[in-house]
Write a protein that binds this ligand. Structure first.
Ligand code: FES
Length: 552
């Protein structure tokens, strides 16, 4: 009886000696590669979820995958050694991520921003007007890319820089997760493993994604890139060691404090970026704000037009690292919470990102059964963040889970779909409680530092792909967001990507953000004396009210 291999949900029969790379090809699953399976490019990494003992031992090319319990392998190096059994694995680019094509309810968008790009046409020449240098001699189109480098997800937009029109977009899971699912593990990995493996793997994936865009990649003359401080600095091949050590500063921040640079933004060329774009292209990383509050938060400032905002607003972009911004054009405060990957499906028994097959809606029927909404409409494979929030809210509403996150007596798991083995364990609640506790504590500290209460804000923006799909009532019931009136809560989707796109089409807005980030106060949560107490309170599943204090 041959071995049964399941790759990205596709099943095939395999015999001993077959590599996981070849097996994936047989199953019709494309595995990224730039080295034709020689073990050199490191792009063919896969995550083995069962049957590791039926596979060959790691080769010398796989030494960099020696962490995370040995779940990751190079598929070109790893072969089936058994004659029977079950092996399951998936590529680092599973299915399709949902992309928000249109930013919702944002005060500023690239469509409403006057077109003023950094790279323009001058007759048959293409010129970078920031440097005044000729980039190319061509009468062809001029394209630009806006890239949001998330810890979990990468999103790319292709824009025609002569019309400002969006031409295409694409997204994929960040393949760097073999180096850990959160920022601190990636910093540790990058420091311990020489050779810039995280950057090289990402560059390989970005290159494949760019090559798949419907234009000649050499017509891409400008790239604007945003991401948290670690993701951005890894891309630009800077050491990220200092971001992981108290006082948690990017090398660019340190150099600026030493008078060696005037901005924390970064610029390089297409050639040096390792991307298959025009070699003379400009590649610009937006400035960071401070510490872990990175270029993605700066991009949010642009999309939410906070430089011109008179109302008192708060912004919460929930992710592996949650960004918080509070204030208006007169005073702005920012903070970053290390919430971890739980709300993106990481560290949860049946958790998964918002891909096809993820349960995103959960309703509990009166008879105790569940009504599930699955992305793509097919059978459920797991639960994504918005599904987890719904599920916990429903369990609290029905009294099946208490405020401390404990299930009904005698139960330690809730089965959502027995046929497909999708369940939620009481252990998972702890992971989510801690992620929620960190977010709430961050909010409490920032508001307290600003000297205001939750009710004082006129608009509460929920940014990011996860925030876009949250149900307000469920989020308020479990205390993921403050218990504000629905009229104040505005879900804006990927504001960081929109901010990157605005900076791509407008030099004026780039200058604006360069100046604005220097005015933002950074609230350091890790040193705040009340953070831990707020965190403990925030772990409870109950509404967070304006005026709540520690130890209610
Ligand atoms: S295909 Fe390049 S390392 Fe496996």
């Amino acid at each position: 009886m041959p071995v049964t291999l399941t790759v990205n949900g596709h099943r095939i029969a395999a015999t001993a000696g077959l590599s996981l790379f070849a097996a994936a090809e047989q199953a019709g699953v494309r595995v990224p590669t730039s080295c034709v399976t020689q073990g050199k490019c490191k792009e063919c990494v896969v995550e083995v979820t069962s049957g590791m003992d039926l596979l060959s031992a790691p080769t010398e090319f796989e030494k960099h995958l020696d962490i995370r319990g040995g779940r990751f392998r190079l598929s070109c190096q790893c072969r089936v050694t058994a004659d029977e059994g079950q092996i399951a694995y998936h590529t680092m680019r599973r299915g399709h991520m949902r992309i928000e094509r249109n930013a919702l309810h944002l005060p500023a968008t690239h469509g409403t921003t006057p077109l003023d790009p950094a790279v323009v046409r001058a007759g048959d020449r293409i010129v970078d007007i920031i440097t005044g240098e000729e980039v190319d001699r061509s009468t062809g189109p001029i394209h630009g890319l806006a890239i949001d480098l998330g810890t979990t997800t990468i999103v790319i937009r292709l824009v025609d820089l002569e019309t400002g029109q969006l031409v295409a977009d694409t997204s994929f899971e960040n393949p760097q997760r073999f180096g850990g699912s959160d920022v601190m593990s990636r910093i540790h990995y990058d420091t311990e493993h020489p050779g810039r493996l995280l950057m090289r793997t990402l560059a390989g994936y970005l290159s494949h994604a760019i090559a798949d865009l419907p234009v000649d990649p050499r017509s891409i003359y400008d790239v604007v890139l945003v991401g948290n401080s670690t993701m951005r600095d890894l891309f630009f091949r800077h050491s990220v060691y200092s971001i992981g050590q108290n006082p948690y500063r990017s090398i660019t921040e340190i150099e600026m404090a030493e008078g060696k640079r005037t901005t924390t933004s970064l610029t390089t060329t297409g050639r040096r970026s390792l991307l298959p774009i025009h070699p003379n292209a400009r590649v610009y990383g937006l400035p960071i704000i401070s510490g872990h509050v990175g270029a993605d938060a700066a991009a949010c400032l642009l999309a939410l037009d906070l430089a011109h905002e008179d109302r008192l607003v708060a912004v919460m972009d929930i992710g592996t690292n949650t960004e918080l911004l509070v204030g208006n054009r007169h005073r702005l405060l920012a903070a970053s919470c290390p919430a971890g990957p739980a709300f993106e499906g990481g560290a949860i028994s049946c958790g998964m990102p918002g891909l096809e097959g993820a349960i995103e809606d959960v309703a509990l029927n009166d008879d105790g059964t569940f009504r599930l909404g699955v992305i793509g409409g097919g059978p459920p494979e797991g639960i994504c963040g918005s599904g987890l929030v719904d599920l916990m809210s429903e369990l609290v509403r029905a009294g099946r889970m208490n405020a401390m996150g404990r299930f009904d007596e005698g139960t330690d798991r809730v089965t959502l779909d027995a046929d497909h083995g999708v369940y939620f364990h009481e252990r998972d609640v702890n992971e989510l409680a801690q992620a929620k506790g960190a977010n709430v504590a961050g909010l409490q500290v920032v508001f307290s530092h600003y000297g205001i209460q939750f009710d004082d804000v006129e608009v509460f923006y929920l940014a990011g792909g996860f925030g876009r799909h949250l149900k307000r009532e469920a989020s308020k019931r479990i205390g993921l967001i403050p218990n504000l009136s629905d009229a104040k809560i505005v879900q804006v989707g990927n504001a960081a990507l929109e901010g990157a796109t605005i900076a791509l089409v407008s030099r004026a807005r780039r200058q604006e953000i360069e100046a604005l980030v220097k005015r933002v106060e950074h609230c350091r949560l890790e040193t705040h004396p009340e953070f831990f107490d707020f965190f403990v309170d925030g772990c409870q599943f109950r509404p967070v009210e304006s005026g709540d204090r520690v130890g209610r």
